[in-house]
Every structure is written in structure tokens, then in C-alpha cells.
Design a protein around this ligand. Structure first.
Ligand code: HEM
Length: 212
């Protein structure tokens, strides 16, 4: 079923998505003002922002498969915003940790990053996200060149994997949630592997192309 919105409709879709992506933050702010953050507000905020970072990373990774399956090429126009919102929630998550958990104590943060493997992995994922966010503009794509930009942005596969490992390692008993994220990531990465293999096969006749 082919569907292509007009530029005006696409603008509205983008605006709706922008508002929708701010809902988790709005809910957190509302909960903070109404005493809805529970008995451990820091843990609540850390967990909520962490979950949304990972969810938005996976939603960003779902754009290309969805675009290919539906033929809705315009979906690609939403990907940058989704990726930047993943980074936005990662910044909130990291800020909560640095501010409310570690009280801006650099020595305590370094010690924690070195000592606790799940923090090491989460921290690595966050650091790797920075160059992707910094090169997300059209101007940066032009400056780097399409190929180099694409190679750099393949890092998102590693970042999402580190995000899942970070979640898995911090959970002490019930690993159902991280397992669901791991399964979703496996489907999204598996889809890409199959697509690449099909493109490489001599019968396909299509050139190999890599896209997030
Ligand atoms: C791309 C980067 C990251 C992703 C995707 C991510 C994701 C997550 C997720 C999904 C959770 C669990 C939420 C839940 O329990 O429902 C979490 C918790 C947490 N994350 Fe991250 N995280 C990232 C980076 C970081 C960084 C940089 C730090 C700190 C240096 C950090 C520290 C924590 C802490 C302290 C918790 C709570 C642990 C607990 O409840 O005991 N994360 N994160």
C-alpha cells in the first residue's frame, strides 16, 4: 500500500511526533509536582529516562526496515528527529546520574564508571552517541561526505547493543524486560544482515547498500 504525505502533512506528522516524544518528559515533570515519583524519586527518574533512551534508539533503528517493508520512503525524514530524541533522553538520564546520584563529584563518577561494569557499558554507549548527535545535521553530512557519515553512524548498532547489555547487567532478578529489548534489537539487526546478504548474492543483481 503506497502512501506519501504532502509536504504539509509531513510537517504535521513531524510536529505530532515531536510532541509525542516529549510526553515521557512531561509525565515525569507532572509526577514530580504531584508526588508521583514514588519512594525513590532518583531511581524512578533514572529508570524512566533510561528506558526511553533505549526505546527511542530501537524505534530509530526500526525506521529503515519499516520503510523497506511498507515502501513508505518518507519515513526516513523522521529518523533524525527520533535519533536526536534518543540522545536527549540519554542526556537527561546521564544528568540525573551525575547530579542526583553522584552530586557532581568527578572522582566518585570515575570510580563508579571503572568499578561497576553496567555503568562502564552505559557510559561507553553515551560517549559514542555524542559524535552521532553532533554530526546529525545536513551540513555535517555534506562536510563528512555520505560514505564517511554512514560509516560513523553504523556506531548506532554498537550503541544499542551496549544499551541492552547495560540494562541486562543492572537487573538483579527478573531479566524479562532486558530480554524483550534484546529480542527486538536482534530482529532489527537480523533484518539488516539478511538484507545485506540478499544484496550481495549474485542473483539479486542489486548493488549492496548500507542504511540504518
Ligand atoms: C545510551 C546510553 C544508555 C542507555 C540506553 C541506558 C539505558 C538504561 C535502562 C534501560 C535502564 C533501566 C531502566 C529500568 O530499570 O527500567 C538504565 C538504568 C540505569 N542507568 Fe542507564 N543507560 C544509558 C547510559 C547510562 C549512563 C551514561 C549512566 C551513568 C554513567 C547510566 C546509569 C544508569 C543507572 C545508575 C541506572 C539505574 C540502575 C538501578 O536502578 O539500579 N546509564 N539505563
Amino acid at each position: 500500500m503506497s502512501f506519501a504525505p504532502t509536504p504539509r502533512a509531513l510537517g504535521r506528522i513531524k510536529a505530532a511526533l515531536f510532541v509525542l516524544a516529549l510526553v515521557p518528559l512531561a509525565r515525569l515533570v507532572a509526577a514530580a509536582f504531584t508526588g508521583g515519583l514514588g519512594v525513590n524519586p532518583i531511581e524512578f527518574v533514572t529508570r524512566s529516562t533510561g528506558t526511553w533512551t533505549l526505546s527511542l534508539l530501537l524505534i530509530t533503528l526500526a525506521v529503515t526496515p519499516l520503510r523497506r517493508v511498507t515502501g513508505w520512503n518518507w519515513l526516513i525524514r523522521l529518523r533524525r528527529m527520533l535519533g536526536l530524541f534518543a540522545f536527549f533522553y540519554a542526556c537527561l538520564h546521564f544528568t540525573t546520574y551525575v547530579w542526583l546520584d553522584q552530586f557532581f563529584d568527578p572522582a566518585a563518577i570515575v570510580k563508579d564508571v571503572v568499578k561497576r561494569p553496567f555503568i562502564t557499558v552505559g557510559f561507553s554507549a553515551f560517549v559514542l552517541l555524542i559524535p552521532l548527535a553532533a554530526t546529525s545535521t545536513h551540513a555535517m553530512v555534506r562536510r563528512l561526505g555520505g560514505k564517511a557519515w554512514q560509516r560513523l553512524h553504523y556506531l548506532v548498532y554498537l550503541i544499542a547493543t551496549l544499551g541492552v547489555v547495560h540494562y541486562w547487567w543492572l537487573v538483579k532478578k527478573d531479566v524479562t524486560q532486558p530480554m524483550l529489548f534484546a529480542a527486538a534489537l536482534a530482529v532489527l539487526l537480523g533484518y539488516r544482515v539478511v538484507h545485506q546478504l540478499r544484496n550481495l548474492s549474485p542473483r539479486s543483481g542489486a548493488p549492496a547498500c548500507g542504511r540504518r
